[in-house]
Design a protein around this ligand. Structure first.
Ligand SMILES: *[C@@H]1O[C@H](CO)[C@@H](O)[C@H](O)[C@H]1NC(C)=O
Ligand SMILES: *[C@@H]1O[C@H](CO)[C@@H](O)[C@H](O)[C@H]1NC(C)=O
Ligand SMILES: *[C@@H]1O[C@H](CO)[C@@H](O)[C@H](O)[C@H]1NC(C)=O
Length: 291
């Protein structure tokens, strides 16, 4: 194309910020029909895949995973995921383990309990060693906090101790708070300011999109201006069936919501719940080039 037109395009793309592209992170593990972890990464659409959930931990309970029918952790049946995890990582996809979730049994009772859980996570899922690693010798990239029940206590200590292990191997810390500012269960952990990525859940909450993108932007600003983290991602549903409320149709997201938040300095992209619903709707494919 002629030089002058090319320059015009270049300037336009800088001015309209089209050159920056964010990431999509996605939860995997809650419905076997969603496909394998390796296939999820092979799509090339996701920079972070979050395995959900470690739904039992703390209070001296034996920690337990729930990965639907993908595999049975109680009989050591998930070690095969090691190959999938490595395959994802070879494609530059970071794989995280989410602790908590909507239906778990979890609770940190003391500083010592937080320390025990941190050491358990390091030894069994991250860079440490144990005889009973649920995903074999694959090392996850980090831990996602999705604390929706129990108590807010001691998660700051859990986060700090996990982060301390970064001196041996970098531990990413991410979090999925509810969008009302500040999240009651996660405030204490997030106030440490040591989280890498925070993906606020803009669904099942009064601060979700209700027809006015400016209001989503206002909630976004409260989070990004008041909480220290490397990047923030907008947590969304991949289908109206994925939760009670809060689904944003793709055309609304692309034309109204993304243009407002993409301009903000800590914008990192979009988080989706979940791979199963995305498989049903193709939401991530529809939004990918706009994120
Ligand atoms: C983290 O490491 C520092 C320096 O070694 C230490 O002072 C601190 O107590 C550790 N924090 C936790 C929560 O383990
Ligand atoms: C959308 O919300 C903003 C901020 O709360 C408000 O100023 C504006 O009037 C609202 N727009 C409509 C069409 O309701
Ligand atoms: C958070 O940031 C907003 C600006 O987006 C500011 O108005 C507000 O006072 C800050 N603090 C709280 C607690 O919301």
């Amino acid at each position: 194309m002629p030089k002058r037109i090319f320059l015009l395009f270049l300037i336009l793309s800088i001015v309209t910020n089209q050159s920056y592209s964010g990431s999509i992170s996605i939860y995997w593990g809650q419905n076997v029909k969603e496909g394998t972890l390796a296939d999820t990464c092979t799509t090339g659409k996701f920079d972070y895949v979050i395995i959900a959930f470690l739904c039992v931990f703390g209070n001296n309970q034996t920690p337990a995973l729930d990965l639907d029918d993908h595999c049975d952790p109680s009989t050591n049946g998930c070690v095969g995921l090691a190959d999938d995890i490595r395959s994802c990582q070879s494609k530059k996809v970071k794989v995280l383990l989410s602790i908590g979730g909507g239906d778990g049994s979890y609770y940190l009772t003391s500083s010592d309990d937080a320390k025990k859980v941190a050491d358990y996570l390091w030894n069994n899922y991250l860079g440490g060693k144990s005889d009973s690693r649920p995903f074999g010798d694959a090392m996850l990239d980090g831990i996602d906090f999705d604390i929706e029940g129990g108590s807010p206590q001691h998660y700051d200590e859990l986060a700090r101790r996990l982060k301390n292990y970064s001196s041996a191997k970098k531990v990413y810390l991410t979090a999925a708070p509810q969008c009302p500012f500040l999240d009651a269960y996660m405030n204490q952990a997030l106030s440490t300011g040591i989280f890498d990525y925070i993906w606020m859940q803009f669904y099942n909450n009064y601060c979700e999109y209700k027809g006015n993108a400016s209001q989503v932007k206002a909630t976004w600003d409260r989070w990004t201006n008041n909480v220290t983290a490397t990047k923030f991602l907008l947590g969304l549903l991949a289908s109206p069936e994925a939760a009670r409320s809060g689904f944003i149709p793709k055309d609304v997201l692309i034309s109204q919501v993304l243009p407002l938040i993409k301009k903000t300095p800590k914008y990192g992209g979009v988080m989706l719940w979940s791979k199963y619903y995305d498989y049903l709707t193709g939401y991530s494919s529809a939004i990918k080039s706009h994120v």
